[in-house]
Ligand binder design. Structure first.
Ligand SMILES: [Zn+2]
Length: 255
């Protein structure tokens, strides 16, 4: 058994701590900063057992070197062929990894970056900057078609699967989602809940796949009415579902 705790970093990042409930074993996902992690470990009286990286961006990796000064020899898992050079244990697509009594499958999800991987199983998934609540990562390195296929592999997860992404972008994402689907009642209810959470300085995360299937326009690109409110200047080809997704992504980039 493990418990997952958010550690706040920068303005809107969460470094997720995976704490084994039967032992002091503790892992962190995407430590862009070291100091908040050190403070968490000190408060909880836990050592750091290892690090998981989803992709090479600095706000997911900049804390690694300092954490290693304090905890030398711990493994740093991350994607193979990453621009981040601090990975000690490179993971390939479909590898499995067991930490803190949890076994993850490694899913390669290019789109936001080309190296991006997610750590998933039926109960929980660490999706980095690929899948956000109500949104998905910007396409910095990959294509819209790649990102669409990456999101499709995450859509195979069951409704109850808890989604831990790296950023608290939810309210901004849902404002866009509401522009896309102004008549989505489930979305309206979820926006109210998220506003309450943020009003109390609480995370809107984790989310789960059941919620995301209802509210996240980027997972709903194949719904018949999804492009009904698309502004004219973002209208591109819509022959395939990934092209519909590409229209939504371009609209969001300019929202
Ligand atoms: Zn990123």
């Amino acid at each position: 058994m493990a418990q997952v705790e958010p550690i706040k970093a920068f303005n809107d990042n969460y470094i997720w701590a995976i704490c084994n409930t039967h032992s002091p074993e503790t892992w962190v996902v995407d430590p862009g900063q070291s100091q908040p992690v050190i403070e968490f470990l000190t408060t909880q009286n836990r050592p750091l057992s290892g690090i998981l990286i989803t992709h090479h961006h600095w706000d997911h990796t900049d804390g690694v070197a300092e954490l290693l000064l304090q905890f030398p020899d711990i493994p740093v898992y991350g994607p193979k062929d990453s621009k981040f050079t601090g990975i000690t244990h490179a993971l390939s697509p479909d590898d499995t990894l067991t930490i803190a009594d949890i076994t993850f499958k490694i899913v390669h999800t290019p789109g936001h970056t080309l190296d991006h991987i997610c750590y998933v199983n039926e109960q929980l998934a660490f999706t980095g900057d690929t899948l956000f609540s109500g949104g998905c990562g910007r396409l910095f390195e990959g294509t819209a078609e790649q990102m669409w296929h990456s999101l499709q592999s995450l859509l195979k997860l069951p409704d109850s699967c808890q989604i831990y992404c790296t950023h608290e972008y939810t309210l901004a994402n849902l404002a866009f989602a509401h522009a896309v689907e102004p008549n989505n009642k489930f979305l309206e209810k979820h926006i109210s809940w998220c506003q309450q959470q943020r009003g109390q300085d609480l995370p809107t995360l984790p989310t789960n796949m059941g919620i995301e299937r209802q509210i996240n326009p980027f997972l709903r690109a194949e719904h018949e009415t999804i492009l009904d409110h698309l502004p004219k200047n973002f209208q591109g080809p819509t022959d395939t579902t990934w092209q519909k997704f590409a229209n939504l992504r371009l609209w969001k980039d300019n929202f």
